[in-house]
Design a protein around this ligand. Structure first.
Ligand SMILES: Cc1cc2nc3c(=O)[nH]c(=O)nc-3n(C[C@H](O)[C@H](O)[C@H](O)COP(=O)(O)O)c2cc1C
Length: 329
């Protein structure tokens, strides 16, 4: 079965891409994912805060003279699995030589600024594309939705302006008009969008009165939010679309592709089942496509987009009342 797809101008042998996660931190695991059938891998994000802290530390060292050991303590302590800017480029280069599949570097930031220049270094280190995660939380009561959208557009424009490799923006679902924002991103040169950033909801501990970080892996239920917006966007835009969030099974991948995804990222499913899960998913997809007499993945790509689906209202408001009415006591 021909599972080829085109994402960000890259030809991928199948739509399953490993999303940014700890599996991208070791070369052994990157090799296992490629051997397991992943068509591309997104490395874990390098954060704006990490880049800026490293730049500040470099300035301290410069002004205090080389060998000023304490300046090193300004470098962020890499919490959890994240690798700082010092190692990121070396890791990216090593990942590129370890596997033949495209390696996508990930930048994560929320304000327009000098950190976006780092994209150039990622390009020079061999990244096939850049995924730009603009994890923007509107905390400021004086900042309007329009300003937040503009900030997102500005960040994407800055990164796009500094590299010649493709750039995809990983977005949150909480925009008033996602289609319009995507149109504006396309206008500043974005090559694709990744739907959606998963906001990790902090919990609170009522005994210690603390905010407790609480990372839960996804389930397939989360895919539905992506399906609607894939269907809506694929009918109106030419840029690449990737789904991230809730893709666990062959059926999930097929649904996302039918709604218009060119690539489907997996993370939780791989953290739970390991890299072999990709091969099993591809096998099940091939079986389903053959059984339903598809000649290729391309043949069904976008077949459930808003432009092609028999009942487009099912994606829209009209279905809302019907769905609520369907509940049986
Ligand atoms: C442990 C963990 C680490 C992650 N690290 C990153 C990251 O560095 N950058 C990023 O953009 N997304 C990161 N993500 C989000 C994933 O790339 C993905 O978008 C999300 O998990 C939803 O996909 P899933 O349902 O397949 O898990 C991380 C997710 C997990 C579970």
């Amino acid at each position: 079965m021909d599972l080829t797809t085109h994402y960000l101008g890259l030809e991928l042998v199948n739509p399953i891409v490993v999303g940014a996660c700890p599996l991208g931190t070791s070369l052994d695991s990157i090799r296992a994912l490629a051997d397991g059938g992943a068509s591309a891998i997104v490395l874990p994000s390098l954060f704006e805060e990490e880049i800026m802290a490293a730049a500040r530390a470099a300035l301290e060292i410069e002004s205090a003279g080389a060998g000023f050991a304490e300046a090193g303590s300004y470098l962020p302590n890499p919490e959890g699995y994240h690798i700082g800017p010092g190692q990121y480029l070396a890791h990216l280069e090593a990942a590129k030589s370890a596997v033949k599949i495209p390696v996508i570097a990930s930048l994560n930031g929320a304000s327009a600024g000098g950190w976006t220049e780092y994209a150039k270094k990622m390009e020079a280190a061999g990244a096939d594309a850049i995924e730009l995660n603009t994890y923007l939380l509107p905390f400021d009561i004086d900042e309007s939705g329009a300003e937040i959208e503009q900030r997102t557009v500005d960040i994407v424009a800055a990164v796009k302006g500094s590299v010649s490799i493709p750039v995809a923006a990983k977005l949150s679902p909480f925009f008033s008009s996602l289609p319009n924002l995507v149109k504006r991103l396309e206008g500043v040169g974005a090559d694709g969008v990744v739907l959606f950033n998963r906001f990790y909801q902090p919990d609170v501990d009522i005994e210690s009165l603390e905010v407790a970080p609480n990372l839960r892996l996804s389930t397939s239920d989360e895919l539905r939010l992506r399906l609607r917006w894939l269907a809506v966007l694929s009918a109106q835009t030419k840029i690449s679309l990737a789904a991230t969030g809730g893709a666990h099974s062959a059926v999930d991948v097929i649904k996302a592709v039918m709604c218009g995804a060119h690539a489907v990222q997996m993370v939780s499913a791989l953290l739970i089942h390991g890299p072999e899960h990709i091969g099993r998913t591809l096998e099940a997809m091939t079986f389903w496509l053959t059984d339903h007499e598809y000649a290729s993945l391309a043949q069904m790509q976008g077949s459930l987009s808003l432009a092609k689906v028999e009942n487009p209202k099912a994606f829209a408001r009209a279905n809302y009342m019907k769905m609520l009415d369907s509940w049986e006591m």
